[in-house]
Ligand binder design. Structure first.
Ligand code: NIG
Ligand code: FE
Length: 398
């Protein structure tokens, strides 16, 4: 047991927790969620320093009574597109009247984003982040991809980097209209001048590998160029149709293959034998009335699965991880425990992080208190705003 008074900071205990999800199998009931009943968490500075049975909690300076509620790690949303302007209400409305989703709608947001000034883009980002925080998200990744010029992509990343360390360069979202006649020239730009301008502001590089966007050879060239500049790959793979994205992700040791809706057995095998996480984004299938990704098939094969929002104005305009958990349990074959693990520890794995997504000594003190005695209520009570408190880096923010 680490002592809560070993450091120099002020310590706080949150106790009277009916169910604590630690995501540390060595704690509590030994399940992947590491559940502890009648639990307490001790925080010092921005870290968790102790978790366990309430009655054994060390003495601290402050006490917060959780009132018999559940406490979970803050959600790790490892896939969003939040630097954008405008919205696509009309496109959504038309789709709900039968029009199909296609990558082409991205052009609408590109035009609006290019036309917006920095202040507008930042205000939009801040508003969506506050919305996500209220719903329990304490770590998030976000991407460029609605600028598609050297200046617009690099400013999107600069703005994103003021709010998160998990910034992804997605110059290869689609080929913009100005390059429609010469896609090879656009790939050259993305791997050349645009990469030079963007690499200093990003940790990751992503490609939308799909018919109508970038094919396998283009995706490989783009990710390889990014890797040579110190960016680590992740891929939008196998979203709208089957393609080479998942296999390429595993081959390049991408941290994550995202969407994974259309998979062959060979794709599932490759994921099971590689180090790439499969990130499932059910908000996209919900908002495009598309086939659900088969989480059960991936889990049964031993694949590590993450669950994220894909929050963007086109295919998935939700910032709510609890909503995605409910969809994953209802429609993708996940148990409530698996879905919560995937939205916390799974998201952390998709970002190759071990400091978030769990509540064990040494982890960042990022947590949500649910107005429910158990985490299962996240799926059991869909659409109900159960998140009542959010702590980030040891500070209560909601
Ligand atoms: O993840 N697939 C590519 N990009 C987004 C959609 C972006 C948009 O429609 O604006 C996605 O679904
Ligand atoms: Fe996406």
């Amino acid at each position: 047991m680490s002592s809560a008074s070993s450091g120099t900071g002020v310590s706080t205990v949150i106790d009277n927790i009916a169910t604590l999800v630690t995501n540390d199998p060595s704690l509590g009931d030994g399940s992947p969620l590491g559940l502890v009943r009648d639990a307490a968490v001790v925080i010092e500075g921005d870290r968790v320093v102790w978790t366990g049975d309430s009655r054994k909690a060390p003495a601290t300076d402050n006490r917060v009574d959780a009132g018999g509620r559940a406490v979970i790690p803050g959600f790790v949303d490892s896939h969003s597109h939040l630097v954008f302007a405008g919205d696509r209400t009309e496109e959504f409305n038309a789709r709900m009247s039968g029009r199909a989703y296609s990558a082409g709608g991205i052009r609408t947001t590109v035009a609006a984003t290019r036309a917006a000034d920095d202040a507008e883009l930042e205000a939009n980002l801040t508003r969506h982040l506050a919305e996500a925080l209220r719903q329990g998200t304490t770590t998030f990744e976000t991407k460029s991809g609605y600028g598609l010029t050297v200046a617009d992509e690099s400013r999107a990343l600069r703005i994103a980097a003021r709010h998160t360390d998990e910034v992804t360069y997605l110059g290869a979202h689609i080929v913009p209209p100005d390059y429609a006649e010469d896609p090879a020239a656009y790939v050259e730009l993305v791997t050349g001048e645009m990469l030079d301008a963007c690499a200093p502001h990003a940790r990751w590089i992503d490609v939308f590998c799909e018919k109508g966007a970038f094919d396998g050879d283009q995706a490989r060239a783009i990710l390889t160029a990014g890797r040579a500049r110190g960016l680590h790959p992740r891929i939008h793979a196998n979203q709208l149709s089957h393609g080479p994205g998942v296999q390429l992700a595993v081959e390049l040791d991408a941290a994550s293959a995202d969407h994974c809706t259309h998979l062959t057995d060979a794709d599932v095998d490759a994921l099971a034998n590689g180090a790439t996480v499969a990130t499932l984004l059910p908000g996209a299938e919900f908002s495009t009335r598309a086939q659900w990704p088969d989480a059960r098939r991936l889990l049964d094969a031993g694949v590590t699965v993450a669950l994220s929002t894909d929050c963007n104005p086109g295919s998935s305009y939700t910032s709510s991880v609890p909503f995605c958990i409910a969809l994953a349990v209802r429609d993708m074959g996940m148990t409530p425990d698996e879905a919560l693990w995937s939205a916390t520890a799974g998201g952390a794995a998709a970002l190759r992080r071990t400091d978030v997504g769990r509540l064990a000594p040494g982890a960042r003190a990022d947590l949500a208190v649910l107005d429910a005695p158990s985490h299962v209520h996240l799926a059991y009570r869909p659409g109900v705003p159960l998140v009542t408190q959010v702590w980030r880096r040891g500070v209560r923010e909601v």
